[in-house]
Each structure stands twice: as structure tokens, then as C-alpha cells.
Design a protein around this ligand. Structure first.
Ligand SMILES: C[S@@+](CC[C@H](N)C(=O)[O-])C[C@H]1O[C@@H](n2cnc3c(N)ncnc32)[C@H](O)[C@@H]1O
Length: 345
């Protein structure tokens, strides 16, 4: 049994952030939910408006321990230590990273994972890193159902995508939730531009969860496959206020400029190259536009993000105010995916 607090789903993100800040989220257990509430395991009781209760929760270690136990029959002790126990789960497809030295046993590792995770139907392995303009990643089939198309659920939406031909990261769901919470707090109904929209996770999460504060959303995606799934996902989630464009931001934004379009909020989720598109974002901005600028930066050079923004704003003759700096994931040791939120003033 674990000590938990019962929090309505709507308030869960805010409470989670607070629990982490106060070092009171008990990481030994998995969070569970029912239809309306999330149950967060806590380290100690504290004064709160939420109900404190005891719940039977799965241990975090249980899954890792059982994967390692399952591997004992096929791997040596040294090899087991080398197995990366963190993997991405997109729908019912598990995506593993397996080091070169263990590749000859990769199918056995995948089968062991299938045995301990009944919700996993397919196991793939990442081959290399995200590549090219489309930022896609080759995947090798290892075990289970032979498929690469997943139906993923997050933040009250469904997303269909091919995990090999389209970029998608389930790890960014918290960041999508963060942006949603900001839109929900907006004083007006917003027109939102989502550059690099992929299979439309940001479009769908915002359109579904912050609909009262959204006038329109437009997405731009260069990968035809990503665009195809994005169109399907808009239908799948029965969303109406989203317009999607297949093409290059560099070519589509000038057309929006000609139509004198300006946006209240602009998202730039292409961390590797977003700097190159700041000119386009600024061209469709106006006073009070908020821009979410993503980048990969080493912790020793976080200040570079503002330097990029400053340079682009000087060129575009715009004034800005930095609102918030957020680390939204680790890219490699010491290097983070960051978001700098700034406002045109
Ligand atoms: C890091 S992914 C993010 C996708 C999506 N926003 C998500 O969070 O899943 C970046 C996306 O930008 C697209 N892209 C790259 N260059 C582009 C360009 N010049 N114009 C439009 N889309 C572009 C890629 O195809 C890719 O889908």
C-alpha cells in the first residue's frame, strides 16, 4: 500500500509540479488514475485540500527488476547491466535502444519485454538517431506483431502515426500540457500558429483541451507522411478549428504575411534548427504575441537561446520580453531540449 493524494485530472499537472518542487512525489511507485482522478504517491502527509488515501500501487522498480530477472536466463550479468531499461511506448509499440554489443541477443531481449508487459504488442529497436529534414528515425522490427503504425493516447487525444516515417516523441506530452495550461489562462481567444506540426500532437492537444481560448490553429508540416497522419488525427479527434498545411515554413509564412495574418501565439518545435525560422515567426507576430522557441543547448550555454532571439528581433526591429525558460527533456549528457517563451512588446 502506498500513501497517495487523490487529485481531479484537471488539476493534476499543477499538483504534480508542486509535489516535485517540494520533493514529496514518491518515485518508488507508479501513478494511477480512474475516470476523474489521478492518484499521486507521496512521501509524507502534508496540509492539502486533496483527500489523502492508501492505494495499492505497482512499484516502479518492479517492471525493471522483472525485465532484468527475465533476462537472467539469456544474458550474462555483465550484459544485463548494459541493457537500457528505459524505452519509449508509442501506443502499444515499445521502442528500445540496444547497444552494439548486445545486438546478437536483441530479439531475446524484445521477447522478454513482451512477456512482462502485456500492454506491449510490438517491439522495435531504434536504428541511429533522428535524421534529415523530416527528423525521422529508422526502426528495426524485433518481436510481436509486425507493424510500425501505432495508435497513441495522451492528454485526452488519440494520435495515429507510423513511428518510422513520422517524428513523434511521447516524452513531450508534459511540454504539450504546459503550453495547454498557458493557453487556458489566456485573457482572449487566440489565433495560434504551430510551425513544424508533424502528425499534429500540439494542434490536437491544444484544440481539445483549451478549446474555449482558441479562435483558430494553423499547422505547417513539410513531411507529406506527417501531414497525411495529421489530417487523419484531426478527424479522429473530431476537431474543427484546425487548418493544416503541407509545405515548408519558409514558403508558407510569406503567403500568410501577404494575407496580413498575425498570430497571438507561435510554437516552434524544431529544436535543431528553430533559430533559422525566427525571422518567419517574427514576420507574423504583433504586439503581445507569445513565441515558444525550442532549442538543444548544453547547460553551459543556455544563454545562447536569448542571444538568438535578440539577434533576430534586432534584425526584424521588434522588441521582446523573456517570459520563461523551461528544460523540457534531456537530449544527451549535459545537453537539454529547452524552451524559451518570449513576448513581443
Ligand atoms: C522535431 S519534429 C516535431 C514534430 C511535432 N511538432 C511533434 O512534436 O511531434 C519537427 C518537424 O518539423 C518538420 N519540418 C522540418 N523542417 C520544416 C520546414 N522547413 N517546414 C515545415 N516543417 C518542417 C519535420 O518534418 C518534423 O515533422
Amino acid at each position: 500500500m502506498a500513501l497517495c493524494i487523490k487529485v481531479p485530472k484537471k488539476e493534476a499537472n499543477k499538483v504534480k509540479i508542486e509535489l516535485i518542487r517540494n520533493k514529496n512525489l514518491n518515485n518508488k511507485y507508479k501513478v494511477i488514475s480512474d475516470k476523474e482522478n489521478i492518484y499521486f504517491p507521496i512521501n509524507k502527509e502534508f496540509k492539502t485540500k486533496y483527500k489523502t488515501t492508501n492505494k495499492k500501487l505497482d512499484s516502479m522498480k518492479q517492471e525493471i527488476t522483472s525485465l532484468k530477472t527475465a533476462l537472467k536466463k539469456i544474458l550474462t550479468k555483465k550484459e544485463i547491466e548494459m541493457v537500457k531499461t528505459a524505452y519509449d511506448l508509442v501506443g502499444d509499440i515499445a521502442i528500445l535502444e540496444i547497444d552494439e554489443e548486445l545486438r546478437k541477443k536483441e530479439k531475446d531481449i524484445a521477447k522478454a519485454l513482451l512477456k512482462i508487459r502485456k500492454d506491449v504488442k510490438t517491439v522495435l529497436r531504434k536504428q541511429g538517431s533522428h535524421e534529415g529534414v523530416f527528423r525521422t528515425q529508422k526502426m528495426k522490427y524485433l518481436a510481436g506483431e509486425k507493424k510500425k503504425i501505432a495508435l497513441h493516447k495522451e492528454n485526452n487525444i488519440k494520435l495515429k502515426l507510423n513511428v518510422e516515417t513520422v517524428y513523434f516523441s511521447p516524452r513531450l506530452s508534459t511540454e504539450r500540457k504546459r503550453i495547454t495550461e498557458l493557453v487556458k489562462k489566456s485573457k482572449k481567444k487566440e489565433d495560434i500558429l504551430i510551425m513544424f506540426s508533424g502528425c499534429s500532437p500540439y494542434c490536437c492537444v491544444l484544440a481539445r483541451n483549451a478549446k474555449d481560448k482558441i479562435n483558430s490553429i494553423i499547422g505547417i508540416e513539410i513531411n507529406p507522411e506527417g501531414h497525411k497522419y495529421a489530417l487523419e488525427n484531426i478527424k479522429l479527434n473530431k476537431l474543427t478549428n484546425v487548418g493544416l498545411n503541407n509545405g515548408d515554413v519558409k514558403k508558407i509564412v510569406p503567403k500568410l504575411v501577404k494575407l496580413n495574418k498575425k498570430y497571438d501565439r507561435i510554437l516552434m518545435p524544431l529544436p535543431k534548427l528553430a533559430e533559422d525560422f525566427l525571422g518567419e515567426a517574427l514576420a507574423v507576430s504583433k504586439k503581445d504575441t507569445i513565441i515558444h522557441f525550442y532549442n538543444f543547448l548544453h547547460e553551459k550555454e543556455f544563454e545562447k537561446a536569448e542571444q538568438m532571439i535578440k539577434k533576430a528581433c534586432v534584425k526584424a526591429k521588434k522588441k521582446y520580453k523573456i517570459l520563461k525558460f523551461v528544460k523540457c527533456g534531456q537530449h544527451s549528457p549535459g545537453t537539454y531540449r529547452i524552451c524559451l517563451d518570449f513576448k513581443i512588446v
